[in-house]
Design a protein around this ligand. Structure first.
Ligand code: 13P
Ligand code: SF4
Length: 314
């Protein structure tokens, strides 16, 4: 009989103790995105969507923040709080969507539409944020675009979120970028229809990064935090979940009497799953990897992020 599962359990407990000790020693705050592994969400001080976490870091009293998420999120935390030390436990944890646009290509688009405002989804690099007029997240994108005086808007880089915003604000012309989330694009309408037949009493909740034909089947569309709030307030007892599998941890913890179905086994963001207890412990121990960006880029990107925070409030 193998002893490995028992060893894994003991090792995880050892790592958790180490993380708690180091956190105290370093006076650090651990924040984790809703897509992180269960054990990372469990040990974090704060969990949330990208908007809530960006806000939480600005309000934190600790000088060090460990960001369990992907690079663009840790960069936003650094941009909004440049005096704090922001650590990303795994340096390679990126976001393919953020890499689907470059500053050079965005500049070309701006030249093509000089009268348009540029709205940049936070799932983007700091350089692209610096080149934009205002940022948005999936929880405030409609509000942000609606707040603009310009009738024409270049919306980057997620075309699915952009299309969703466009449907809500037909009076504005939205020029969409051809970017998409490789994880959310995996979900097909056929899979959702199949699950709806299997679970006729379930509601379907979806992230706006999903395909148009998938969003058309949704009872609720929103950010990961929006989904958590919706499920808590709903009298429905079963849900088909249209976003990355990590959210199931909070959904189940907050709603023990409700059932959740994941329509595809492919709903895993490999980058989000790179952060493990071992890497988190190492991050605190060695104080790595510190987010650093050129000062002028921070200044410009900060304007876009702060403008978003001003419009969307607390
Ligand atoms: P939220 O803003 O809803 O947390 O989503 C972030 C994200 O990366 C979605 O794929
Ligand atoms: Fe990027 Fe998609 Fe992963 Fe979100 S789920 S971090 S958009 S790849």
């Amino acid at each position: 009989m193998t002893k490995k599962p028992e060893f894994d359990l003991v090792y995880k407990e050892h790592l958790k103790l180490k993380i708690r000790d180091l956190k105290k020693e370093r006076d650090a705050l651990i924040v984790a995105h809703n897509y992180q592994r269960d054990e990372i969400q469990e040990i974090a001080d704060i969990t949330g969507d990208s908007y809530a976490l960006a806000r939480a870091v600005t309000k934190a009293k600790q000088k060090t923040v460990v960001f369990c998420g992907v690079k663009f999120m840790a960069e936003s935390a650094h941009i909004l709080s440049p005096k704090k030390t922001v650590l990303l436990p795994v340096e390679e944890a990126g976001c393919p969507l953020a890499d689907m646009i470059t500053v050079e290509k965005l500049r070309q688009k701006k030249e093509q539409y000089p009268e348009a405002a540029v709205v940049c989804y936070v799932n983007s690099t700091a350089a692209v944020k610096a080149e934009s007029d205002i940022c948005c997240t999936s929880s405030n994108a409609i509000q942000i675009v609606r707040s603009l005086k310009e009738d024409k808007v270049i919306f980057v880089p997620d075309k699915n979120l952009g299309r969703y915003v466009r449907e809500h604000i037909p009076e504005k012309e939205l020029i969409l970028w051809d970017g998409y989330c490789v994880v959310h694009m995996r979900l097909t309408s056929e899979e959702v229809i199949r699950d709806k037949k299997l679970h006729p009493n379930a509601e379907f909740i979806a992230h706006p990064e999903c395909r148009k034909e998938v969003l058309e089947l949704a009872d609720y569309i929103g950010s990961t935090a929006g989904m958590l709030k919706y499920v808590k307030g709903s009298s429905c007892k079963e849900f088909i979940v249209g976003t990355e599998i990590g959210i199931i941890y909070r959904l189940q913890r907050d709603n023990p009497g409700k059932k959740f179905y994941v329509p595809t086994e492919q709903f895993v963001c490999a980058n989000m799953k790179l952060t493990t207890l071992g890497w988190l412990a190492r991050s605190l121990e060695k104080m790595v990897y510190k987010v650093t960006l050129p000062g002028d880029m921070v200044e410009k990107a900060k304007k876009s992020l702060e403008r978003m925070l001003e419009v969307s409030g607390s």
